[in-house]
Design a protein. Structure first.
Length: 87
C-alpha cells in the first residue's frame, strides 16, 4: 500500500469513526495486512497529537502543556478502569 493509500484509509477510518460507526471503521482495517494497519494507526496517533497541540496553542498553551494534559487523561482513564482492567 502506498503512502497515499495509507492517508486515504486513515481519513476513511476517521470519517467512519466520527459518524459513530466504530464497527465500520474496524471493517475498513480488517482486510489490510498487519503492516498497513500499523501505518494507519501511526497516522491516527499523529493526527490526534497534532489536534491536541493545536487545541493547547489555541487556548494559549504550548506543546508541553498539551502533552501533560494528555498524560493526565491517560492516568485518569487508568484510574477509572482499575489500572487497565476491563470494566
Amino acid at each position: 500500500m502506498s503512502e497515499y493509500e495509507w492517508d486515504r484509509t486513515t481519513m476513511a477510518v476517521v470519517a467512519t469513526a466520527l459518524s459513530g460507526d466504530s464497527d465500520g471503521a474496524v471493517e475498513l482495517l480488517r482486510p489490510l495486512p498487519h503492516r498497513d494497519v500499523c501505518h494507519v494507526a501511526v497516522r491516527l496517533a499523529a493526527m490526534a497529537a497534532d489536534a491536541l497541540i493545536t487545541a493547547a496553542q489555541d487556548s494559549g498553551g504550548d506543546r508541553a502543556q498539551a502533552l501533560a494534559q494528555w498524560q493526565q487523561c491517560i492516568l485518569q482513564h487508568e484510574t477509572e478502569y482499575d489500572g487497565g482492567a476491563p470494566p
